[in-house]
Ligand binder design. Structure first.
Ligand SMILES: Nc1nc2c(ncn2[C@@H]2O[C@H](COP(=O)(O)OP(=O)(O)OP(=O)(O)O)[C@@H](O)[C@H]2O)c(=O)[nH]1
Ligand SMILES: [Mg+2]
Length: 327
């Protein structure tokens, strides 16, 4: 307990090592850091979040690195979280060469961290969301997420980021034909990077054609003035197009605020996250019960289907909770 309050004091005092330690605890889903996620004075304390996703090697890290440089010139503090859906939790170690941002390593206003996801039930989003709240409470202005677009990772980035940037390149085999289902729906901004290579105009053109076919049929507050994802071409390796990219990100953020979409999203996320937390807790309880309770397992095997045992476990959780509430 003493250790935790010391951690809290160091965190509040702006000690970056306390932040790093807190994020490690988040990765382990240690509940002791949750108190740190609320900013001390209310109001301020939430960072803007931009997520970058795209196929391996499209230049995400190079783009993020260039964006960090731009944001630092504006005096903003920025944190980068690189997640790798194929790696186990890393305890903060840098994932191979996924992160090309070493030149910012000595800047105290830049915090770079990687998180692995393999073996993490419910994917990365819970831990990422907690980490983002910590970074906001710590005082970072901007959080940038980077994740390789494999499996469900794009959807997870989109579920967490305010603005999702999907990065493509001209040398992706069949180009836009390769685009994964669901990408058009989650991308707020498309980047065609490596515009120094042949074929980038074709990728941009095909993308434009697909987007016009897929013209948004938005519902809710945003329906009257839907967002049209812009296509930005960049040469990240030469820092070209980065100003345009940042302008597009800012313009999307203004759109979220003026359309009322920001509030809709915040509410939806809190609900989704609550459901995930409940599922997580219930799963832990279920494993415990199934591991310890021979009679329950016997019943389960006899039934040959999970529903009765599941209901029994949920009932127990409910009555435990009520007992605890009274006690
Ligand atoms: N020609 C060219 N190469 C680039 C450009 N931007 C990045 N690259 C190169 O592309 C390779 C991959 O860049 P990264 O930034 O590591 O790509 P990434 O998307 O972060 O890669 P993963 O994290 O492994 O998925 C590197 O060799 C970069 O130097 C560009 O604009 N043009
Ligand atoms: Mg990378």
């Amino acid at each position: 307990m003493d250790g935790e309050s010391e951690l809290a004091a160091r965190f509040r005092a702006g000690d970056i090592r306390a932040l790093a330690r807190a994020i490690s605890l988040v990765e382990r889903r240690d509940p002791s850091v949750r108190a740190l996620e609320t900013p001390p004075k209310g109001g301020e304390g939430s960072a803007a979040v931009v997520g970058f996703t795209g196929a391996p090697g499209t230049g995400k890290s190079t783009l993020v690195d260039a964006l960090v440089t731009l944001l630092r010139k504006q005096g903003k503090s920025v944190s980068v979280i690189a997640t790798d859906p194929n790696s186990p939790f890393t305890g903060g170690a840098i994932l191979g060469d996924r992160i090309r941002m070493q030149r910012h390593a000595l800047d105290p206003k830049v915090f770079i961290r990687s998180m692995g996801a393999r073996g993490h039930l419910g994917g990365l989003s819970l831990a990422t969301r907690e980490a983002i709240r910590l970074l906001g409470a710590f005082g970072f202005d901007q959080v940038i997420l980077e994740t390789v677009g494999v499996g469900q990772s794009e959807l997870e980035v989109a579920a967490v980021a305010d603005t999702t940037v999907v990065v493509m390149t001209p040398n992706l085999g069949d180009g836009v034909q390769m685009i994964k289902a669901g990408i058009l729906e989650i991308a707020d901004i498309f980047v065609v990077n490596k515009a120094d290579l042949d074929g980038y105009q074709r990728v941009a053109m095909e993308l434009r054609a697909m987007l016009s076919l897929n013209a948004p049929g938005a519902t809710g507050a945003a329906a009257s003035k839907p967002w049209k994802p812009p296509i930005i071409t960049t040469v990240a390796a030469r820092q070209e197009g980065i100003d345009e990219l940042w302008a597009a990100i800012e313009s999307h953020r203004r759109y979220l605020e003026t359309s009322g979409r920001a509030q809709e999203l915040a509410a939806k996320r809190l609900k989704d996250e609550t459901a995930e937390v409940v599922a997580d807790l219930a799963r832990q309880q279920a494993r415990l019960a199934l591991g310890e309770d021979g009679a329950l397992t016997e019943q389960l095997l006899k039934d040959g289907s999970p529903y009765r045992a599941a209901e029994e476990i949920l009932n127990r959780i409910g009555s435990d909770g009520r007992k605890r509430g009274r006690g």
